[in-house]
Design a protein. Sequence first.
Length: 181
Amino acid sequence: MKNDLNVRTVGIVGCGLIGMSWAAYYLAKGFAVRATDPVAGAEEKLRTYIDNAWALLEEMGLEPGADKNNLTFSTNLKQSLSGVDFVQENGPERVDLKLKLFKDISDAVGPDVIIASSSSGIPVSNSKLRRPTRRVIVLGHPFNPPHVVPLVEVVGGKLTSAENVTRAVNSMHRSARSRFA
C-alpha cells in the first residue's frame, strides 16, 4: 500500500477478532505486521484466522508485496513493537487495561509513531490515557471486520494535532473519515 509516511511495518497489539482482522488487512496491503498478545494460543488463532481470510483478500485484490508470511508474533510487547512505524491497539475495552497498554506501547515505540486505538467507548482525550510527551494517539475505530469493510473512523483528541490525524488517516486507510472529539 502506498502511503505518505513510509510506513512499512505495523504493530498489532491485541489479537482478538478486531486485531486479527487488522493484521489480515495490513498483510493484504503489503505491510510487514508484528503482532502481540499475551493470551495463550493467540498466535495459532491469529495465523488460522489469516489463512481463512486470505482467499477472500486475494479475491478483493492484494497490493504489491502482500504476503501472509510477513507476519511475526511475540507475546513480548516491547520486542514485538521494536522498530514499527505505526501501531494499531486492540485491547479490551477497559480503562485500566488501556492505561497500561498505552504506557507500555508509548515506552516501546519512537515519539512520532502513531498509536491508533480501536476503542469504541474510551475517548482518546481521556487525560488518564495520555502521557504529556505523547501527542500522536488517535482513535482508529474500524467498521467490522476491518479486512473486509474498508472504512475506519479516525478521531483525534484534544491534544492531537490535525497533522497527526491526517498522518494516521494516510497510514491506515485511504477510505478513512476523520474528526476530533
